[in-house]
Write a protein that binds this ligand. Structure first.
Ligand SMILES: NC(=O)c1ccc[n+]([C@@H]2O[C@H](COP(=O)([O-])OP(=O)(O)OC[C@H]3O[C@@H](n4cnc5c(N)ncnc54)[C@H](OP(=O)(O)O)[C@@H]3O)[C@@H](O)[C@H]2O)c1
Length: 310
């Protein structure tokens, strides 16, 4: 029996981070490396990934290695899963961090209205004005933020189940993925009903959204008006986390899966805006990943440090 006072992790712990070359993902890699973990920093671009690896090694973190992983590319996911299976045989922590905001700003609108980019992006006003939502970028956002995370989980699940310690999956979620962001109360109710959640339902919702974007009628439906693609991808990721938690409930040792909103973090995805640093955002993720088994829930959304509402 594990002693509840002892850490469940040690220097043998294998941690995989997607999108580890910069921002929050890079800081998560550093914090895990600081604990002596065997950190697998992954990035879609090999050069950017190698540079991040060199930066960490130069700071003295020798337990970090790099492997290419584009989460939106099924062949890349399969190649990574096969490599890590041979190299380590198991995974203890998976942080699905890779993400994109799926947004193009209408620069003409910003200029004509004499706005600051900041006002357009982060004002409370619920309007689609100033945002360009196109099918290709909406689809790419789903492929990375939702399907990418899901494919990585599915490919690594046998390795996570091989962890003798009770593996952890952290899906990096968002306040923007909370269900109140949907304007349709019917969709809110359907996605809140954990007992009836399914992969098919989540797929169906995303297909409806993408179809409305393709037909340029999305603003007339119940989708979020600001950052609609990003919000839909995180809503889907949150729903999948709850679904997966029920599917993994009976696993022994248990595989825990939770979402963490890291905070409003100054990184490239927010154009450098935010109220905390990437290091602080990463701390919110690492803290949940390291919770002792007797204190670790599964199927929850952490809003920075506290469990919050889906
Ligand atoms: N910053 C915030 O306020 C905030 C708030 C809530 C949630 N989040 C979430 O936090 C996560 C990290 O974002 P961040 O703030 O650190 O932004 P960031 O600095 O822009 O980092 C995003 C990372 O994702 C990678 N990425 C994008 N597409 C990928 C793909 N197909 N395969 C693999 N990697 C891919 C990027 O790689 P490249 O360098 O190659 O583009 C980059 O490493 C995201 O999931 C984001 O949604 C952020």
């Amino acid at each position: 029996m594990m002693n509840a006072n002892r850490s469940w992790w040690n220097e043998e712990t294998v941690a995989v981070i997607t999108g580890g070359n910069k921002g929050i993902g890079f800081e998560v890699c550093k914090q895990f490396a600081n604990l002596g973990f065997r950190v697998i920093l992954t990035a879609r671009d090999a050069d950017r990934g190698q540079k991040a690896l060199v930066a960490l090694r130069n700071e003295g973190f020798q337990t970090v290695s790099f492997h290419q992983l584009d989460v939106s590319n099924k062949a890349s996911v399969a190649d990574f899963a096969s490599w890590i299976s041979q190299e380590h045989g198991h995974v203890d922590i998976l942080v699905n961090n890779a993400g994109t905001n799926g947004v193009y700003v209408d620069e003409l609108y910003v200029k004509e209205n004499n706005m600051k980019l900041e006002d357009l992006l982060w004002s409370e006003q619920q309007s689609s004005k100033g945002f360009i939502v196109e099918y290709e970028s909406a689809k790419a956002c789903m492929e990375t933020n939702y399907y990418g995370a899901k494919h990585v989980i599915r490919a690594l699940l046998p390795l996570l189940r091989s962890s003798s310690r009770g593996a952890r999956i952290i899906n990096v979620g968002s306040l923007f993925g909370q269900l109140h962001n949907l304007r349709s109360s019917k969709l809110q109710q359907e996605l809140a009903d954990v007992d009836h959640l399914s992969d098919a339902l989540i797929d169906q919702v995303l297909e409806m959204y993408l179809n409305d974007v393709k037909q340029k009628i999305w603003e007339d439906k119940g989708w979020p008006l600001k950052f609609p693609s990003y919000k839909m991808s995180k809503i889907a990721l949150h729903a999948y986390t709850r679904l997966l938690a029920t599917q993994l409930e009976k696993d022994v040792p248990k595989v825990f899966v939770n979402c963490v909103h890291p905070g409003f973090v100054r990184t490239d995805i927010t154009s450098g805006m935010g109220n905390i640093s990437a290091q602080e955002g990463a701390e919110n993720i690492v803290r949940v990943a390291l919770l002792p088994p007797n204190e670790c829930p599964s199927g929850q959304l952490f809003l920075e440090k506290k469990v919050g509402q889906f």
